[in-house]
Design a protein around this ligand. Structure first.
Ligand code: SF4
Length: 263
């Protein structure tokens, strides 16, 4: 096991110790895996439960909407992207006051799992390397192990886990539907109803490093902008660095929409 990443080793350690583990699957998973096979494969590998992180995204939306209702005059920059959070902390500290102080979908899902499955170890599986820092630096108390889809594929290869017919019967233990669009740029605004609640100049949806930089530079002076829905990867988390896919961004987006449409 020498050449595997430390987080893959940690996962194997949990499995070999027969720990109760819950997988928290990020909403971008349909870009790389099929549902429901992925749930069956995770369970055969040793996960006791599999939760859809889209469920935590519902809490993120609720918290954000509650804030905008409580403080209608304040301005917010969304915080689910740990890269954006770090750009603000390191490069634009004057904007830190605008970062929405709410749970990201990963953190909110971890809290739901803590309540529903006390004592269970939580493993977030997603498209993002920076989520490892969010877990270890920002929310260490939640004790989340973070793996990328690329790492999960390595684990499946090692364990020789392939989709099987019986996986077609698997279902999420915790699920949500409206927030399945979250990994697409603008998914937060769409699923939280921001589009209906705010006028055009009052909210903006931005993704991609260049636009992120430009928008953050202008944010302080653009006082009419009340809510900035922002993700660092171009097109949203469907373009995260933890995804191994040759699909175009349009094709990835379509896969997310198809899964959302399944309901
Ligand atoms: S946009 Fe990219 S960096 Fe930001 S949370 Fe999504 S995958 Fe991670």
């Amino acid at each position: 096991m020498e050449s595997f990443s430390p987080d893959i080793k940690k996962l194997f350690s949990l499995i070999h110790k027969n720990e109760k583990i819950v997988a928290m699957l990020a909403p971008s998973f349909p870009v790389v895996f099929e549902y429901p096979q992925i749930v069956g494969m995770l369970k055969r590998m040793g996960f006791k439960y599999v939760a859809e992180v889209a469920r935590g995204a519902e809490e993120t939306n609720k918290q954000l909407l509650a804030l905008t209702k409580l403080h209608p005059d304040r301005r917010y920059i969304t915080n689910p992207c740990p890269t954006v959070v770090r750009i603000i902390r390191n490069k634009y500290p004057e904007l830190f006051q605008y970062l929405s102080p709410i749970d990201s979908p990963m953190s909110a899902t971890a809290k739901i799992c803590n309540k529903k499955y006390p004592g269970c170890k939580k493993v977030f599986i997603g498209p993002c390397i920076m989520k490892k820092l969010e877990a270890s630096e920002d929310r260490p108390e939640l004790d989340i192990l973070v793996l990328t889809y690329k790492e999960l594929k390595i684990v499946f290869d090692i364990e020789k886990i392939r989709p099987e017919k019986r996986d077609m019967l698997a279902v999420f233990d915790i699920k949500a539907v409206p927030t399945r669009l979250y990994p697409v740029s603008g998914g937060l605004s769409q699923s939280a109803g921001i589009i209906e609640k705010f006028t055009d100049p009052e909210y903006d949806v931005v993704s991609g490093p260049e636009l992120v930089e430009k928008t953050l530079k202008e944010f302080a002076n653009k006082t009419e902008l009340k809510l900035l829905d922002i993700l660092n990867c171009n097109g949203g988390c469907i373009a995260g660095p933890g995804i191994a896919s040759t699909d175009s961004i349009d094709r990835r987006r379509q896969k997310i929409i198809n899964y959302w449409n399944k309901r």
